[in-house]
Write a protein that binds this ligand. Structure first.
Ligand code: 5CA
Ligand code: ZN
Length: 407
């Protein structure tokens, strides 16, 4: 599937240090150790509605990972899926009388425009489920061949009892697992399953639903297998970083990792990164709740995407936070201060700013710390001033390349 246009990246002097990030599975901040080409997978949108600020915050986080790795001298093989066939998409299409394919294409187009406007580096491979049905059903068949599955009225289930290491990522107890499974797309209530936590790998064709031929019969993929199959196909096993929003820790990433472990004998990824939920009015911003602030709507209202980006960067990726009316004015004021400082003919030395931004981002993507370093420089430049005529250009490049903010 077509990705989106890439922002140009301004080269910086020197190289950044290794990226350390919090790993959900171990609960620790760990140093990532990619080879020359880092591998990263981020779960993409289900395109039944436009991207909201929660989505944008999640993709901004993976963009920071991308930028820090590149600055440290790695190529980045970044893979993102889009769930262009699933229950919520079919339900919305049915409710609005739109063909599910048209709905998906329309929303994916808006998403691409949002991502490009926010200067999010595009995935190397942007992969839809519909175009991947063969490789997904092949992985499901491979798992079936290990004996870890069973059939129920033509549907294929992964047997949780066969999932070695199950719980290694989320560390939840069984009651918590059951609750979240029910809330997040699972079917713990379905009769005749061996265990309520068993999950669907392949759903047999239902009247009126789209279906594809496969070694498992006609049907469509379950949710978790789409990401484990696409990641395994494009990145191989044991890639560097897998993640998404924290609402995906369980069941999606726990069950996906179990699928890869079953098929390959090893982990899908070395690190598991999860982004805190963005809320509005005390609730997680979510398509099903409808309490959304759309990136596309803000853009249409004429809000500068650099300001949207600055507003999000003011929050650490792991902290859940609320979007309020105070966000945009604060980010606009910051952008104005920075622009005024960048317009000066001379300013204080910028090398310490570059070093501080690099240090902040490489230590668990501390974007608020990075903003504070630029704030201090701008305050000094606008206050006592400085004599370095090259400093504004270097700060501009630092902010552009590492934070993705073009001023
Ligand atoms: N298509 C699946 C993943 S395979 C999915 O979860 N789609 S989604 O459209 O619901 O979400 C897309 C990404 O945004 C996921 O990584 C999800 O965890 C993240 N996300 C969703 N809502 C929020 C939110 N309120 N705050 C932060 N991230 C969010
Ligand atoms: Zn996913």
């Amino acid at each position: 599937m077509r990705s989106w246009s890439a922002p140009d990246i301004v080269p910086l002097p020197g190289t950044g240090g290794p990226l350390r990030v919090h790993d959900t599975a171990t609960g620790r901040i760990r140093t990532t150790t990619p080879g020359p080409r880092a591998g990263m997978y981020a779960c993409g949108i289900t395109p039944y509605d436009a991207a909201h600020l929660g989505h944008a915050f999640t993709y901004l986080t993976f963009d920071l990972v991308n930028r820090v790795w590149r600055d440290a001298g790695h190529d980045v093989n970044y893979v993102q899926n889009t769930t262009d066939i699933d229950d919520p998409l079919l339900e919305r299409a049915e409710a609005t009388g739109v063909d599910w394919r048209d709905l998906a294409h329309r929303e994916i187009d808006v998403f691409r425009e949002d991502m490009a406007a926010l200067r999010i580096i595009p995935p190397t491979s942007y992969v839809g489920v519909v175009e991947s049905v063969d490789l997904i059903s092949d992985l499901a068949a491979r798992i079936r061949d290990t004996g870890a599955t069973y059939e129920l009225d033509g549907d294929l289930y992964f047997s949780a009892a066969e999932a070695s290491g199950f719980g290694e990522i989320s560390h939840l107890d069984r009651a918590q697992m059951l609750e979240l499974f029910g809330e997040r797309g699972g079917d713990p209530q379905r009769a005749d399953k061996k265990d309520p936590l068993d999950w669907l790998l392949w759903r047999a064709e239902r009247p009126g639903e789209p279906a594809w031929d496969s070694p498992l019969g006609r049907g469509r993929p379950g949710w978790h297998i789409e990401c484990s199959a696409i990641a395994l196909d494009r990145l191989g096993p044991a890639f560097d970083l897998n993640g998404g929003g924290s609402d995906l820790i369980f069941p999606h990433h726990e069950m996906g990792a179990a699928e890869t472990r079953c098929a390959t004998g090893g982990p899908n990824a070395h690190n598991h990164l999860h982004v805190g939920m963005v809320g509005l009015d005390g609730e997680k911003m979510s398509k099903s709740l409808g309490n959304l602030v759309f990136v596309s709507k803000l853009r249409r209202q004429g809000v500068d995407p650099a300001v949207i980006r600055l507003a999000m960067l003011d929050h650490h990726y792991r902290s859940p936070w609320e979007w309020t009316d105070a966000e945009l004015p604060a980010a606009t004021a910051r952008a104005d201060r920075w622009r005024a400082a960048l317009a000066l003919g001379a300013a204080p030395d910028a090398a310490p700013v570059l070093a501080a931004v690099r240090a902040a981002l490489s230590e668990d993507l501390d974007s608020p710390g990075a903003l504070a370093a630029v704030d201090s420089w701008a305050a000094a430049a606008l206050g006592e001033g400085g004599g370095d005529t090259g400093a504004p250009a270097l700060v501009r490049a630092t902010v552009d390349t590492l934070l993705g903010v073009r001023l």
